[in-house]
Design a protein around this ligand. Structure first.
Ligand SMILES: Cc1cc2nc3c(=O)[nH]c(=O)nc-3n(C[C@H](O)[C@H](O)[C@H](O)COP(=O)(O)OP(=O)(O)OC[C@H]3O[C@@H](n4cnc5c(N)ncnc54)[C@H](O)[C@@H]3O)c2cc1C
Length: 463
């Protein structure tokens, strides 16, 4: 944590919440808490609601409902400490600049984030004369403090993992949640009033429609139920439950599961909105190993968290190139070169109507619940890239719209990897749907579960 920005006496400070909707392990909140008054802000950018490349908004119903849960809970937690969260529907650069000026050039404290848009927003604010201090806190490690240089980045994952493990590089310790906060900085009552009302109405309506969406409760991650909601409290309770269960030891053998909530950790949605800090997860994972001894499952969870870290570092290193068709290699892979424009095939993939039961079951699970396990993400991505010969960026955009655990670095990194445009040393891997279905769903239970309506109507049709 870099406490470099001096705060004047009686100063006001702003905490800009982005993908870090929590009180624990929050360095910007700690830094800003030295001020006399503190304004906590979240901006929902209107362009997330505009149509993106997949023909849908960047943020869909499930994601918005889950985000709304996390924001509501953060506001409640801040209020318990005498503060509150100001939520606006506004482009951050404009809104944060206006707020800083309205509070007498108050400095902004924020977590750094590898996405180029998020980095650009900070750069634009700084260029306009606003003081912004960005501190790392979204990963296990501080990218500026690794035992190797990001340039050149150690590209294959295995090499990255071995460098970290050989150096026994420790993850950064999480910060405790504050027990007191300064009171909220005061803005005129009509300041961004419309933007506040708009976002409140939007989040309310999405929460109501998600609550009525009965399919979400059939999910492996039923986020409309209290224990699975996006709040920090639910995330920390889930973490404690997970590490006191027998699920950890079995994780390596169950992680490719398809049905039920227990086959994998289900940390990802809380990590995505930041209501759980990955550093807190790592501390609890180490405490588990100290208590019960390390096992294959506890190691493999670390291994998977390293994948998350790796994709974040990839995005720090390659920035905007992670979004280009030719990816970080800067040359078209075999699959990218053969990709064709085919809106009908893309619509069929999105709706789970390709005719391939294995893929359609997963795409229906995603649309119904906002979640899909890792095994099926690999399968449906491979199908879009190799069988339908579509541009991988469309698939990534559809995932962005749907996934409650959407994380730009993990999403882009995995899609790049599968499209042969990222860091897979065995470029352009295709997953055979029939072989994968035989291996991971031998009795067809998963396909029946999510395709029950289709099977039912087929039977009706045959009568
Ligand atoms: C095409 C594709 C797109 C993906 N998009 C996302 C995304 O937007 N957000 C996201 O969080 N994950 C994404 N993943 C990675 C992975 O599928 C999810 O992290 C995982 O399914 C979440 O469930 P879990 O928390 O139970 O994972 P677990 O299996 O329990 O793993 C524990 C944690 O390790 C991390 N992790 C595991 N696998 C990966 C991986 N392959 N890449 C990066 N981190 C990983 C996650 O933080 C996860 O919560 C994507 C994978 C693919 C193949």
């Amino acid at each position: 944590m870099n406490p470099s920005l001096p705060l004047k006496d009686n100063a006001q400070a702003i905490v800009w919440f982005r993908h870090d909707l929590r009180l624990h392990d929050h360095a910007p909140l700690r830094l800003a808490s030295r001020a006399e008054r503190l304004l906590a802000v979240y901006c929902l950018p209107p362009h997330w609601l505009a149509l993106g490349p997949a023909g849908v908004p960047r943020i869909g119903v499930h994601r918005l409902a889950y985000l709304g849960q996390a924001l509501g809970a953060l506001d409640t937690s801040l209020r318990a400490l005498g503060n509150e969260l100001m939520i606006v529907l506004a482009e951050p650069v404009q809104a944060l600049g206006d707020i800083s000026r309205a509070l007498g050039e108050a400095p902004i404290f924020v977590h750094a984030h590898p996405d180029w848009e998020e980095r650009e927003a900070i750069a634009k604010l700084q260029a306009s004369g606003v003081t912004v201090q960005a501190v790392h806190g979204g990963g296990l490690f501080d990218p500026d403090d690794l035992p190797f240089a990001l340039e050149p980045f150690p590209v294959p994952f295995t090499r990255f993992r071995k460098l970290i493990e050989t150096a026994q590089w420790p993850s950064v310790a999480p910060l405790a949640a504050p027990t007191a906060l300064p009171p909220s900085a005061e803005l005129p009552a009509d300041f961004y009033a419309q933007a506040r009302e708009q976002v409140a109405a939007l989040l309310h309506s999405h929460s109501a429609s998600a609550q009525q969406c009965s399919t979400a409760t059939r999910s492996a991650l039923p986020y409309t139920e209290p224990a699975w909601q996006g709040s920090e409290t639910a995330g920390l309770a889930h973490l404690a439950r997970y590490f006191s269960s027998g699920l950890v030891a079995d994780y390596k053998t169950t992680r490719n599961g398809l049905l039920g909530s227990d086959y994998s950790s289900k940390w990802s949605p809380w990590l995505a909105v930041g209501s759980l800090s990955v550093r807190e997860i790592e501390v609890q994972r180490l405490a588990y190993e100290a208590r019960l001894g390390a096992n294959d499952g506890s190691y493999w969870l670390w291994f998977e968290l390293l994948w998350r870290e790796y994709f974040q570092l990839l995005m720090w290193r390659y920035g905007r190139r992670c979004f280009s068709r030719s990816g970080i290699q800067n040359q078209l892979s075999h699959s990218s070169a053969k990709a064709r424009h085919n809106p009908a095939a893309f619509a069929a993939w999105c709706q789970g109507n390709t005719g391939c039961d294995w893929v359609d079951a997963a795409m229906r699970e995603l649309a119904a619940s906002g979640y899909m396990g890792n095994r099926m993400r690999q399968n449906v991505a491979s199908y879009l890239i190799h069988d339908l010969a579509l541009d991988w960026r469309l698939g990534a955009a559809w995932f962005e719209h749907q996934l409650i655990d959407f994380d730009v670095a993990s999403n882009q990194g995995n899609w790049l990897y599968l499209a042969g445009a990222g860091t897979d040393p065995r470029s352009d891997r295709r997953f055979s749907p029939s072989r994968q279905a035989a291996m991971y769903d031998p009795d067809g239970a998963y396909q029946r579960y999510w395709l029950s309506e289709r099977h039912h109507s087929d039977q009706e049709h045959m009568r």
